[in-house]
Design a protein around this ligand. Sequence first.
Ligand SMILES: Nc1ncnc2c1ncn2[C@@H]1O[C@H](COP(=O)(O)OP(=O)(O)OP(=O)(O)O)[C@@H](O)[C@H]1O
Length: 295
Amino acid sequence: MTGVALEAHAVTRRFGAFTAVDTVSLQVSPGEVVGLLGANGAGKTTLMRMLLGLLPASEGRVDMLGGPPNRERRRRVGYVPQNLGLYRDMTLAENLDFVCGTYGTPLPAVPAELVRYADVLVAAMPLGAQRQAAFLAALSHGPELVLLDEPTSGVDALARAALWDTIRAQSDAGVGVLVTTHYMQEAQQCDRLLLMARGRLVGQGSEADLIGDTRALAVRTDDWAATFAALNAAQVPVILDGRAVRVADTDADDVRRILEQAGLAATVTAVPATIEERMLVLARGADRDGARSVS
Ligand SMILES: Nc1ncnc2c1ncn2[C@@H]1O[C@H](COP(=O)(O)OP(=O)(O)OP(=O)(O)O)[C@@H](O)[C@H]1O
């Protein structure tokens, strides 16, 4: 298809006085993989459900495959929800039968890695295989648009790479893909990124666009736990990556002073910032701006 596959115009969703999604506009074009990044609770799932028409928007409008999202248009969409959307008390083969029966499409070829699970209850399959099965079911009817809600959550690196191969194959075939994740490393797999914090879209573009001139510091220390605690207590945007302590968007002298006052020895070095650090800076900005204030 040509044009825009999915478009949201200033969509907002309130639950009572709480604003879960706040005036978000976005577009997904055919053949494009758009990553929707955000911490837990940022509003990604709520937004995705509104985009699909599964949850009414409080305000704003969605165009999906050329019109408002309805049952007819949803038939042309592949959706993998966070809970995978498979019947856990049915086997893989039964799930595929059911989905293909519903869409009136032929059964898909089951990839070699999944064949052994054909007669296994979904609940008894390993999580990586469950996720792969959910992809197979969601893509079996040849959708024009695919929405994936944290599709690689909880799977190992190998299974994650295989799932991303499947996502890329879809976009190569001209399908527009919107994928949510809170794994910042997955940002590199996307053509374009949208960053959400506290219900708002706080940035968009390529990974390099988003990182922009954000600065970061690597803090080398023998006592990573105390170092992290001291910086966190000083309300510095600090990240613990394994045992590596990193700080975003802060002056090196300020970090040195905080650690000196806490009696901690450390070396502080400027390093290129990561998307996760940029995300942290933007999320703190959204906090300061009072996003999600009661309407
Ligand atoms: N039905 C509901 N009623 C009230 N609050 C809700 C409802 N659904 C979601 N929320 C709230 O809206 C906010 C956004 O939730 P949402 O699930 O969209 O976030 P998310 O970014 O998808 O997070 P996660 O990565 O944990 O799935 C959260 O604070 C959540 O508690």
